[in-house]
Design a protein around this ligand. Sequence first.
Ligand code: SF4
Length: 114
Amino acid sequence: MNARRPFMDSGFRIEIDRTVCDAYGTCAELLPELITLDEWGYPIFAAGNVPEPLLGNARQAVESCPIVALRLAKVPVPQPEARPEPRPDRQVGVPPWPPRPPQQPTRKSMPRKR
Ligand code: SF4
């Protein structure tokens, strides 16, 4: 099985302690790709892990929070689901069913003489 991470996933997620966030909005200014602000100025985070190219910006946003409400948490990266084994009759080169010997015409299948 391929143990590599899915493309673009840094393996980190931004977590927030909402009990201390004072809605300064600094994080959203530094990482607008993943953080927007609600009508009161509290951050709303995009779902999922931080993409690899944005990890540097995410670190900067976390470090810039004046009251240390944010942190980057290492999370397990979801692995792609293992594909089930193909059915033996669906493999390349295998006929879709066991080949049968050609049938001899039976008396019922023969046309009747009148
Ligand atoms: S920078 Fe910190 S205090 Fe400001 S909105 Fe973001 S999490 Fe909240």
